[in-house]
Design a protein around this ligand. Structure first.
Ligand SMILES: NCc1[nH]cc(CCC(=O)O)c1CC(=O)O
Length: 309
């Protein structure tokens, strides 16, 4: 007999469903008196597939409806890609759990999955499909000749648009491709110093109602403390910069025993200006590391770069 049934709220994209199923199995394996049901929720970000993301709703467009379902008590746990979860806390909800993180790199995809060993092998003037200012700015910094074009839709839709010839290449998170068994489509993995990752990329965040002590405790138990510390440092950096999710900001976090090092790059949208800052501290106080990096970026003129977005 199972004593407790927990309901997970999730978007219905293939990636979101994978993340919900993964969460369900972690909970059910760890706790044999708990069973988990998955509830599909449609979000504003899923309904509007035409406009560039940063032009509508922006903050929380993929997370709001999922959170509302938990707040109303229709469901108990919201599973998010942490990259898409705004840093501003939602009243009544707690980010109670963060499990193991998938690889954080970005991947370049070429037609037919042809592999290359350097960004230099991408043809001159190639049309790159990515709506992410972070990916656009860093790629332009390395290759000013490339053309950056907006792209929308879930992972499968984007790959279809590449294969239909709308783009010469697209950029997607390695994490999402691996989760969907699409890693054979990766033509080039891109990591620092070429491409610093997004805050929270590759990590999942679990929210529940702040007063739901039993669920808070379950999610806390399944948390990876090193990942939680890394993500907290990255999210405090983002919050302190007040840059939102659409700033050309990239990060790299390294945890070694009790020490955490966060490096960040902040660029102009055209990739011509690039600031970099690093700070280290104790894993027990990750937010101070994030704030330290934010302050050095701001002291070096980062405010202007954030304001141009
Ligand atoms: N913004 C969409 C989004 N949110 C999370 C992922 C991938 C999984 C992750 O980074 O955790 C993606 C797709 C992508 O950027 O390719």
């Amino acid at each position: 007999m199972t004593a407790l049934v927990l309901k997970i709220a999730t978007r219905s994209s293939r990636l979101a469903l994978w993340q919900a199923e993964y969460t369900k199995s972690l909970i059910e394996v760890a706790l044999d008196d708990v069973s988990v049901e998955i509830v599909h929720i449609k979000t504003g970000g899923d309904k509007n597939q035409t406009d560039a993301l940063r032009l509508f709703g922006g903050i929380g467009v993929f997370t709001r409806e999922v959170q509302t379902s938990v707040l109303k008590g229709e469901t108990d746990i919201a599973v998010h890609s942490l990259k898409d979860l705004p840093t501003q806390p939602t009243k009544g909800l707690t980010l109670a759990g963060i499990p193991d993180r998938a690889p954080t790199a970005d991947a370049l995809l070429l037609p037919e999955g042809r592999t290359i060993s350097s960004i230099d092998e991408v043809p001159q003037g190639a049309r790159i499909g990515t709506g992410s200012p972070r990916r656009q700015a860093q790629l332009l910094n390395a290759r000013p000749d490339l053309q950056m074009l907006e792209i929308r839709g879930n992972v499968d839709t984007r790959i279809r648009k590449l294969d239909d010839g709308e783009y010469d290449a697209i950029v997607l998170a390695e994490a999402g491709l691996r989760r969907l068994n699409l890693d054979d489509r990766i033509s080039l993995l891109m990591s620092p110093p070429l491409l610093f990752t997004a805050v929270g990329q590759g990590a999942l965040g679990w929210e529940c109602r702040s007063d739901d002590e039993r669920t808070v405790e379950i999610l806390r138990q399944l948390t990876n403390p090193a990942v939680a510390a890394s993500v907290e440092a990255e999210r405090s950096l983002l919050a302190e910069l007040r840059a939102g999710c659409h700033a050309p900001l990239g990060v790299e976090t390294v945890v070694a025993e009790a020490s955490l090092t966060l490096t960040a790059v902040l660029l102009s949208a055209d990739g011509k200006n690039k600031l970099m800052a690093t700070s280290s501290g104790e894993t027990s106080n990750p937010s101070s590391v994030g704030v330290g990096v934010a302050n050095s970026l701001l002291a070096d003129g980062g405010e202007e770069l954030v304001a141009t977005v």
